[in-house]
Design a protein around this ligand. Sequence first.
Ligand code: NDP
Ligand code: MG
Length: 387
Amino acid sequence: MMRQRSVVILGSTGSIGTQALDVARAFPDLFHIQGLTGHNNVQLLAEQANEFKPPTLVVPSDEKKSELLSLLTYAPEVLVGESGLVQLMDVTMDILLVAIVGTAALPPVVAAIPKVSHIAIANKEVLVAAGSIIMDLVRKHQTRFIPVDSEHSALFQCLAAVDFNSESVKHVTLTASGGPFWQRDPNTFSSISASDALKHPNWDMGAKISIDSATMMNKGLEVIEAHHLFGVPFDDIHVVVHPKSIVHAFIETVDGAILAHMGRPDMRYPIQYAMTYPKRLSTPFQQAALTQLSGLEFFEPNRKAFPLLDLAIQCGRQGGVAPVVFNAANEVAVQLFLTGEISYLGIHATILGMLDYFSSSVASTIDDIIHLDHRVKTHRLSHQLTD
Ligand code: NDP
Ligand code: MG
């Protein structure tokens, strides 16, 4: 039997957050919810809070706090804003799950690393923007830092088979579904709408990552994420398109074995794994029979039609401010695309414009990175709104 674990979920109202609560519901004796946070969806946060009764909650503003208080059936502490998220990291907890989207998660993650011994990290943007500093902190404080992103959870499990010994590994491969457009004629990309792009073939995810999958930006961010999490050189991180999303990642060992991690595309497996690690507990979320997983195909990505994949890897290799600007510019561009202010092709154009504009910036500390990220997000050149 595992001892009960107290859990704080940053971003409990999102796709990952709600699935993490499914895992908590499935193991009521094991997980005790200590804190939850939401942003816009106060209604859902109130429902979750009334069900799990965590003693601390966080919302973005005093207005949201009043709204939340009017919906609660008990009296928790309600913290407010970014400082509230950082303050929440002082709560005694066994596990922190980071499921906020974007670099909004950076301040609480940095505050948590010295204090929380086990962090399950779903958010990838913080690793893209500040991966070197975060991983230095993780090593310094010996924090258990378990990836939730399915490919990275898969890599983590494959690398465990070689005791994380980099000398045993020739290269690692992340699979990409290819998103909704990998077979679409690139000449028609200019007419892609946000609702077309939000329809992911295999995964049901939040809006931002769904658009990132549709541009293959997501896989570029994941290459940088893998580089930081596992210390694998960029040259040794490969990407293949695997439309069924059954194999999540594989590693090739120096002695010629290919170790793959397979499973139905369901985020509750990597979430459960990250929350029960190092134990494996019998899951209520049923795996598919092997016969249903057959017919696995792998293809080279179309790097010309999806230029954000290589641009991400190039920014990751370059390091310094490039991934900070690139990531923030993408967050802005995705938002503009979702609100209809730029086209699908305008996402790439906007990012290129921002990279150019901010090319001479410098950022070496977390505070610098947060500041630069903010500058990029509040900066809108009028020519970037057109494509
Ligand atoms: P969602 O958009 O579904 O959820 C995001 C969560 O963050 C919500 O709880 C949202 O609150 C909250 N939030 C949004 N903006 C802010 C902000 N500025 N400050 C504080 N909280 C905020 O995202 P996902 O769950 O899809 O993704 C979360 C992270 O996990 C992302 O980094 C994504 O890349 C990563 N990930 C997601 C996967 C998935 O399957 N969904 C798979 C692998 C990785 P509210 O909804 O109340 O506004
Ligand atoms: Mg992923």
